[in-house]
Design a protein around this ligand. Structure first.
Ligand code: NAD
Length: 414
């Protein structure tokens, strides 16, 4: 028997919640999006996405115009609830669960027997069980001995920024129920729009799955960055060495870069590390390799600038990865800020933003420029993000300039 869900309330309309809400609406469900930010709610009710992501604007507009998607500042009654609020780190790198806690508490007044509550926010082990405690505490009428009269499941998200709209539908999903029937109900809801497989497990295993996916990526990127550091010290092109090593049928080394950024890979491993001191040494080492990488790249840029006898540097890319406008935890941003603090005159080129983020605007000596203007205003060019348009830069355009390619895109041109 499958559950029929007609309405869903999505709490948190950010990078994950907004595409999820719009996709559910496109699948025919009545979706109530909730955010504590009134600007986000107003933009959505006007049919606009408040961040840029391929195909999202069209999806959101269609969902709002069809009347299937409406936004609110407070949770609304629904058959199911999806929580997609932030889970940042505290100063000591432990997870800050205050947003999840607040979101869960905010839906207590509207929760009804038979509802399904899904947590999608990346969370430390045991979070789903612990938010069940909020229901026990605040809604004793929804408690039946050891059981709850609602279903609760953890359903991690793994969509790739830049391809979110497609991956939301095509990726396999993991749904972890607090009780086995909770996972089955979560599966029924995802099957309304997911074409990939939906795999059922228990809640804590699903929490673990999300964290080890990102820790795995972090450890493997750290390996590539360590290879780069060793290679560069010995005058070896790490990209060439890695590409040749990858000719081995069982070797697949990732590409080195300026560090690891974004909301996920640079953050989530800490959830396991801080929760399991003494058990996560490898993950801890990977974090420090990747966190140290921006400083190494700054050193390379400084050396190139000194050799060129110039303080004028063009930095290409501010986003944390290619072809997105997301600057969160971006190592490129950190590199540019550090160069500005050290007195360099930096021309930043970021085709995906219209204005510098306040962190850089305040630095004074950073100017957002077009690629051509930045080349005209610099003697050193540092490529920090492999945005597609930067692949068109020719050796002729770089002629006479010192080049630091932190992502290996121009290896043959520099
Ligand atoms: N962005 C990604 O690529 C990605 C991928 C996988 C998992 N995740 C995880 O998904 C979760 C959400 O990430 P995101 O990137 O969408 O974050 P985000 O910051 O883009 O969006 C979160 C939204 O939640 C809102 N919010 C905060 N508290 C709220 C509350 N109590 N009620 C309603 N709204 C509230 C915020 O105003 C914000 O608009 C995080 O745990 C993140 O780790 C993100």
């Amino acid at each position: 028997m499958t559950d029929k869900f007609e309405s869903v309330c999505v709490l948190g309309l950010g990078y994950i919640g907004l595409p999820t809400a719009a996709t559910l609406a496109a699948a025919g469900l009545a979706v109530k999006g909730v955010d504590i930010r009134t600007d986000v709610v107003d933009a959505l009710n006007a049919g606009d996405a408040h961040f840029s992501e391929p195909d999202l604007e069209l999806l959101v507009r269609g969902a709002v115009e069809s009347g299937k998607l409406k936004a609110y500042t407070k949770p609304q009654p629904a058959d199911a609830f999806i929580i997609t609020v932030p889970t940042p780190m505290n100063g000591d790198k432990s997870p800050d669960m205050s947003f999840v806690d607040a979101a869960m508490r905010s839906l207590m007044p509207v929760l009804a027997p038979g509802n399904l509550v899904l947590l999608e926010s990346t969370s430390p082990l045991g979070t789903t069980a612990s938010i069940a405690g909020i229901v026990r505490e605040e809604r004793p009428d929804l408690v039946d001995g050891d059981a709850l009269k609602i279903s609760l499941a953890y359903c991690p998200e793994r969509i790739l920024p830049g391809q979110m709209v497609r991956e939301l539908v095509e990726n396999d999903r993991i749904v972890g129920g607090l009780m086995p029937e909770d996972a089955a109900r979560a599966r029924d809801l995802y099957k309304t729009f997911v074409h990939g497989e939906v795999h059922q497990t228990d809640a804590i295993t699903a929490e673990m799955v999300k964290l080890i996916e990102n820790a795995y990526r972090d450890v493997n990127i750290a390996f590539a960055n360590e290879v780069a550091a060793i290679g560069e010290t010995h005058g070896i092109d790490p990209w060439e060495a890695i590409s040749l090593a990858n000719r081995h049928p069982r070797v697949n080394i990732l590409s080195p870069g300026p560090g690891v950024g974004g909301h996920c890979i640079a953050v989530d491993p800490w959830f396991l590390i801080t929760q399991n001191p003494g058990l996560a040494g490898l993950m801890n080492a990977a974090r420090s390799v990747n966190d140290g990488r921006p400083e190494t790249i700054v050193g390379k840029i400084e050396a190139a600038a000194e050799a060129a006898g110039s303080k004028r540097i063009a930095c290409l890319g501010l986003a944390y990865k290619p072809n997105v406008d997301d600057l969160r935890e971006s190592p490129a941003l950190e590199i540019v800020r550090e160069l500005a603090q050290r007195g360099y005159d930096v021309s930043a080129v970021e085709p995906h933003v219209d204005a510098l983020p306040s962190k850089l605007a305040e630095a004074g000596s950073v100017t957002l420029r077009s690629l051509d203007d930045a080349f005209g205003a610099s003697d050193v060019v540092a490529l920090l993000v492999a945005h597609t348009p930067f692949a068109d830069v020719t050796a002729g355009m770089l002629g006479g300039k010192a080049v630091v390619d932190a992502v290996g895109l121009w290896r043959r041109q520099g």
